[in-house]
Design a protein around this ligand. Structure first.
Ligand SMILES: NC(=O)c1ccc[n+]([C@@H]2O[C@H](COP(=O)([O-])OP(=O)(O)OC[C@H]3O[C@@H](n4cnc5c(N)ncnc54)[C@H](O)[C@@H]3O)[C@@H](O)[C@H]2O)c1
Length: 348
């Protein structure tokens, strides 16, 4: 007799067998959820792999290593709950056996990356999403899309609630990322409405933490590495543009809560504490005790001037909000970059 229990969100399956007359014993303790994470060797994807493995999932990470690296998942190699498949998800995806969840995180994510790989970014947001949804449909699995605050573009409403439709320039250089994600959301909703797929859409706001790449081009790793090397800190514009930074463990917890919920409309996950970029640079200078000086460079085209998630929905339906204060998150991330620069040399 096979039974299922839901323990803290983990579906646990066990078999009861008759041992003696009138008494049962448990033969097979559990068989876990089987979850695919596309982009699982990237910054966020690799933390999700760790988190779900701890929750008892069997995780299949599919990644073509375009912007991710094996170092992020090397500690999972040899773990029976983990499997790595090197594959471009813009091509047809084949996975044998049962699949319970497909989490689609594959995509270049930093502006430097999507400007270097514009066509790959558009393809993974469109064809990659189509293929991942197709897999979820074939396997009757739940699907979760990693979308982004960039769907709001340079916002005219502040903070940004989920029902704001955004202010995006489709033909600007950033359009390759913003429009790919907007298309991915539309495709996800179409599969939900027309194929009855159980879908989730998380709109992720700026997230930081260990495993970000030294040279990924986003403000936080750039400032940290410049400060650690006593180089000039390059702030774009006048530094008054604002961002809100969420620590990786808070994000991953929010994504998991969303996966377990029944919410198929988009949900913002991010930290609503908003600061000007020059303040972030100052905090990092203080933390590192660096001799670096701030210098100012022209603002990139279509760079959003303000960015703050309205997380009322996540608070209400997921009972989620970020817990890690910025001072603590910055310390943890700094320790990581210190190690990275020490082990890989100052030019890492
Ligand atoms: N980091 C953030 O602050 C942030 C904010 C909003 C949204 N997101 C979204 O979260 C996801 C992960 O972002 P990240 O910061 O971890 O970026 P990342 O670059 O570290 O990870 C992306 C991963 O996807 C892989 N990938 C890219 N194209 C692929 C393809 N065609 N086939 C297979 N694998 C492919 C890369 O190799 C990499 O491992 C992305 O979808 C991104 O849009 C991230």
């Amino acid at each position: 007799m096979i039974s299922h229990l839901n323990i803290n969100g983990n579906v646990v399956e066990f078999t009861l067998i008759l041992c003696d007359i009138g008494s049962y014993c448990i033969r097979k303790r559990y068989s876990s959820m089987r979850t695919i994470i596309t982009g699982g060797a990237g910054f966020i994807g690799s933390h999700l792999c760790d988190y779900l493995i701890k929750k008892g999932h069997e995780v299949i990470c599919i990644d073509n290593l375009l912007t991710g690296k094996m170092d992020n998942v090397v500690h999972l190699m040899g773990n029976r709950q983990f499997r790595f498949i090197r594959h471009n998800v813009s091509d047809y995806i084949y996975v044998d056996g049962q699949v319970d969840n497909v989490l689609h995180f594959a995509s270049p994510a930093s502006p430097l990356d999507y400007l270097e790989f514009p066509i790959q970014t558009l393809k993974v947001g469109s064809l990659g999403t189509l293929n991942s949804l197709g897999l979820a449909k074939a396997k009757k699995a739940r699907f979760l899309l990693a979308s982004t605050s960039e769907v709001y573009g340079d916002p005219q409403i502040h903070p940004q609630p989920e029902n704001y439709w955004g202010h995006v320039n489709p033909v600007g250089p950033r359009g390759v990322y913003d429009e790919a994600k907007r298309f991915a959301e539309a495709m996800t909703m179409a599969y939900h409405r027309y194929h009855d797929i159980d879908t989730r859409i998380v709109r992720i706001f700026n997230t930081y933490g260990p495993r970000m790449r030294v040279k990924d081009g986003r403000a936080l790793p750039t400032f940290m590495c410049q400060a650690l090397k006593d180089e000039n800190i390059t702030v774009f514009g006048n530094g008054l543009q604002t961002r809100s930074f969420c620590y990786i463990s808070d994000l991953v917890e929010g994504i998991y809560q969303l996966l377990l919920s029944n919410e198929y409309e988009p949900v913002n996950i991010g930290n609503p504490e908003e600061i000007p970029i020059h303040q972030l640079a100052e905090e990092i200078l203080t933390l590192t005790n660096s001799k670096s000086k701030m210098i100012f460079k022209p603002l990139p085209v279509d760079d959003p001037k303000i960015r703050q998630p309205d997380i009322s929905k996540a608070r209400t339906i997921l009972n989620w909000e970020p817990k890690i204060p910025r001072a603590e998150g910055l310390q943890k991330t700094l320790a990581y970059f210190r190690d990275e620069l020490t082990c890989c040399g100052k030019d890492a």
